[in-house]
Design a protein around this ligand. Structure first.
Ligand code: ADP
Ligand code: MG
Length: 324
């Protein structure tokens, strides 16, 4: 099983950012209001995620480190209708097989909590611990026992950028949850919950300068809903990572969507600028296959053209209606 977990780790755990993504997704799934991410050495030294979600009892805390024991994927049909982010039940065992892994959790109101320690996929050490609100997971020395993978890691600053980007993508999709990211004790990203005005979260994620340039996008047709914000075409980001697309609240990259967005901007403004776009595309879960990519950043639409056309129409209309 250690070997199987390590193989799974090869697919799921590519770098510190993948660990951050999986753990923060779990925290969101657990109904957390606040998620804190603390990193050391670009996440290669340590990744600590603490949340205030519903936590786990001792049995679940033990089981969540067993491959597929907790998978929410019960029937093949669920693939298409699953609503929570995780569904494979393999992220935690995979992460724990390639790191020194510690979990401390408790259920709300419980008298005792649970601590679980796994070293490079060793058998889990489970013991009682003080109660706490929510869960804290610490992942140390990632890939210490898989030197081949470890060698592929980039500079700490690069790994850190990827890890922060992973949080930003989740933060954009969950404005009702507060996120804090620090590295070596320094705050990198601070975003209190902003359920009222999504522009505040976008400004926290992409830079405060974008706020006054944002206009809403809204289009619904044929079972496709497109909502979100775009910035005026004159506003560009220094780092040019301006397009964020989410399908059913999951960050995804899709060529068809990107080209629909680029086309709409080019038609509006001859000069090609890198657009700033945060777009939520919501479709019937049965009309999209999210299971194409192990890290779920790619999807396959039943009607890709229809979705692309709706996105194009949505952006075009927002560009024409905006006051610039
Ligand atoms: P999946 O998310 O696919 O179920 P994971 O390996 O990511 O698989 O997580 C296994 C299980 O552990 C989850 O389904 C959940 O029940 C539990 N779990 C993981 N992280 C947390 C957390 N932060 N709070 C509460 N429960 C958690
Ligand atoms: Mg998960």
């Amino acid at each position: 099983d250690v070997l199987i977990n390590k193989i799974a780790a090869g697919e799921v755990v590519e770098r510190p950012a993948s660990v951050v993504k999986e753990l923060v997704e779990n925290s969101i799934d657990a109904g957390s209001r606040t998620v804190r991410v603390a990193l050391e050495k670009g996440g290669l030294g340590r990744i600590t995620i603490s949340d205030d979600g519903h936590g786990m009892g001792m049995e679940d805390a033990r089981l969540c480190l067993e491959r597929h024991a907790t998978s929410k994927l019960r029937e093949l049909d669920d693939l298409f209708t699953i609503n929570t982010k995780g569904f494979r039940g393999e992220a935690l065992p995979a992460i724990a097989s390639v790191s020194r892994f510690t979990l401390h959790t408790a259920e709300p109101g419980a008298q005792v909590g649970t601590k679980v320690v796994v070293e490079g996929g060793s058998e889990a050490l489970v013991e009682e611990a003080p109660p706490r609100v929510g869960t804290v997971i610490s992942v140390e020395d990632l890939f210490y026992n898989t030197p081949a993978r470890r060698k592929f890691m980039r500079r700490e600053s690069t790994e850190l950028q990827h890890a922060e980007e992973a949080v930003i993508r989740l933060a954009l999709a969950h404005p009702d949850v507060a996120f804090f990211v620090e590295h070596g004790g320094q705050q990198l990203f601070t975003s209190p919950a902003s359920p009222g005005d999504p522009r505040e979260r976008i400004a926290a994620a992409l830079g405060p300068g974008v706020h006054p340039h944002l206009v809403p996008v809204e289009e619904r047709r044929l079972g496709v809903s497109v909502t979100g914000h775009i910035a005026s075409p004159e506003y560009t980001l220094p780092n040019a990572r301006g397009i964020y697309t989410f399908v059913n609240r999951r960050y995804i990259r899709d060529r068809g969507l990107n080209s629909a967005i680029q086309r709409a901007f080019q038609e509006f403004l001859a000069a090609g600028r890198q657009p700033v776009v945060v777009l939520f595309i919501d479709v019937d879960p049965r009309a999209v296959d999210v299971n194409v990519h192990p890290q779920k950043q790619e999807v396959r639409f039943a009607d890709g053209k229809g979705v692309g056309d709706t996105v194009h129409a949505a952006i075009s209309r927002a560009l024409r209606a905006a006051p610039w």
